[in-house]
Design a protein around this ligand. Sequence first.
Ligand code: GLN
Length: 279
Amino acid sequence: MTSIGDAWRLARQRIDRLDARLLIEYVSGCSHADLIAHPTRRLSELQVRRLDTLVRRRASGEPLAYLLGSAGFYGREFKVTGDVLVPRPETELLVELALERLRHVAEPVVADLGTGSGALAVTLKCLCPQARVVAVDLSPAALAVARLNASLHRATVRFVEGDWYGPLTDEHFDLIVANPPYVAAADPHLERGGLPFEPRLALTDGVHGGDGLACTRVIVGGAVRHLLPGGWLLIEHGHEHGVAVRHLLHRAGLSEVATWPDLSGSERVSGACLVGGRD
Ligand code: GLN
């Protein structure tokens, strides 16, 4: 017979406190308070087996979000599977910058390119309900996850399958956001931590040349054709890409080019806007 206390000790031999706690809560259905108040409560054999499997997977580096099936992002829970990147805290910076800009537009039209779990598109729609939001992804499996998240948060988002601007032929936006794959193919980071468990397509542009900027070039390059006058492009990038991304934004003819640091002080999001009339 295994009690919650036994399970806790076993899990702690292999994984850290917070992960152990969250996995035991997940498997047992108990709250944090229950775990503390009732360490002698028994777990069923099935619960013990499930916990053991999850602890092993976590110990091998698989992100906790995949084990729990969800991750928090900007105050909401998002379903995640191995088909989508786990939403990152640094991407919350993109939400804040986006919201600052949406505040000045009555009924903004917004595109999220490479939406993955839909975290950006759904968060923006929830916090700016008057926006019309379209979200694009190449992966049908990712779009299924994003659609589920939109329905869980009652966010009306139009999801379309395709490559960046591919399905948005004649559409123009007040705001384009993107968190594209930007880890360079040769970056050893790809083999560390939880990254080997995440979809390569969402992490690296290895298939396109691999310097981490291939997708960013496409997104910046198409922005002028898809922004409304005064519209903004905000794009997440690697901490080492700030100079290159600002250069791309200038070269594309965009204005007010800027980069913002994430919480750890790394250059993480750059953006620019389209001034003047559209042809
Ligand atoms: N920030 C992620 C990481 O380095 C990468 C996300 C991305 O490529 N869009 O772990």
